[in-house]
Design a binder for this molecule. Structure first.
Ligand SMILES: [Zn+2]
Length: 377
């Protein structure tokens, strides 16, 4: 599909600016406050009231027409990273991993110790000097437990004096850069790009009276345990959860056998996800929602890509089990190099995802059935 309105598209421009802003704000799982404040300010600017719960989930509700199933639109605010595990006497710092950190891509990464706004300290994950690397070390992935972070300190006392203690959050040094063809590379594209999309969906739907009740939820601790959103879902009891996150792009040589999801070819929906590495959970979407978004994409002339694979899951897996069950679907934007320090997405996909989600939610009317017997399989 041709890319629509490149450059002139104000939605794309807003998504570029907000995604970039959000990627530059550190927010390790369990330490999302700075990201939450930024998103709360966005909601306030739109005139939408918001609140947060005890875990730190940010929630905003737009009341809609009675009789329509209620919707929870979900994206996670947190990002993966590390916490300080041990401070060596010589000032080097050992870290524990938090979330799905790719160990083979860690040495020589820049990181940020999150001490507090204006007090954060940069560091470098050490990579053994190449001149001293032996042949058998050359192709070995160094386990994170053997790695250390050099932040320039010469003693443990200096580390502590900088406000860095055991348990301190550490993230990849936040970065964002625009590539050719309106592609965006940055830290925590997962899931700040989707947070920006949720804000734009809220902007699109806030003035409309003909809509279901929508709870916009920016969740915490997704990269940690996938369950932060549970607290919000239990409090809100939605009928439907629409979860937005990346969908693996498979159009690079290393991903070719995994599917046909192309970066820049439009948003995607997951038809099957399963973690498959110890976590017995995933999401098989409710057929009503597959039908809804397929019809919306066709009507709005949006190319909707399809994804099905083992290896990832989102917090919709847990949200769908709340109460008597919540009809769930994972929608997203294609992304490359996931969980690396620089992930890549395409702004056109974010804009089309915004249109798909806003259009789909607006179609949820009083006759919208969540009865599985109404759908053929
Ligand atoms: Zn994510």
């Amino acid at each position: 599909m041709a890319k629509r309105g490149r450059k002139a598209d104000p939605l794309k421009a807003r998504l570029a600016a907000l995604t970039t802003d959000l990627m530059l704000i550190p927010g390790l799982s369990g330490h999302e406050t700075r990201v939450r404040r930024a998103l709360a300010a966005q909601l306030s600017e739109l005139g939408i009231a918001h609140r947060s719960d005890r875990l730190g989930n940010l929630i905003a509700t737009l009341e809609g027409e009675a009789g329509r199933p209620s919707v929870m639109l979900l994206a996670h605010m947190d990002q993966l990273g590390f916490v300080v595990r041990k401070i060596e006497a010589n000032g080097l710092v050992r870290v524990e991993r938090l979330g799905g950190v790719p160990e083979r891509a860690l040495p020589s990464q820049a990181v940020l110790f999150c001490v507090g706004e204006g007090r954060d300290r940069p560091g470098v994950i050490a990579n053994k000097s190449h001149h001293a690397t032996t042949p058998d070390e050359k192709y070995r992935v160094v386990p994170y437990a053997e790695l250390y972070v050099d932040a320039g300190f010469a003693s443990a006392a200096e580390v502590l004096a900088a406000g860095i203690d055991v348990g301190a959050p550490v993230v990849y040094q936040p970065r964002a850069t625009t590539l050719a063809n309106d592609r965006l590379a940055g830290t925590a594209v997962d899931d700040r790009a989707a947070c920006a999309v949720v804000i734009e969906v809220a902007r699109a739907l806030r003035g409309s009276r003909r809509k279901p009740t929508i709870h916009f939820v920016f969740s915490v601790q997704e990269e940690f345990n996938l369950r932060g959103a549970l607290a919000a879902a239990q409090a809100l009891s939605p009928d439907i959860v629409i979860q937005l996150d990346l969908i693996l792009a498979t159009d690079t040589p290393d991903m070719a056998t995994r599917g046909d999801v192309q970066l820049g070819a439009g948003p995607a929906m997951s038809l099957y996800s399963f973690h498959g590495r110890g976590t017995l959970n995933g999401t098989i979407p409710h057929p009503a929602l597959v039908a809804l978004f397929s019809a919306t994409a066709a009507a709005e002339k949006i190319t909707l890509q399809r994804s099905a694979h083992v290896g990832a899951l989102t917090d919709s897996s847990y949200v769908q089990l709340v109460g008597a069950g919540v009809a769930a679907i994972d929608l997203g934007f294609p992304a490359r190099y996931t969980h690396s320090s620089l992930e890549v997405c395409d702004l056109a996909d974010l804009a089309e995802l915004t249109r798909l989600v806003a259009g789909g939610i607006a179609r949820i009317d009083g006759r919208f059935s969540l009865d599985r017997d109404d759908y053929d399989e």
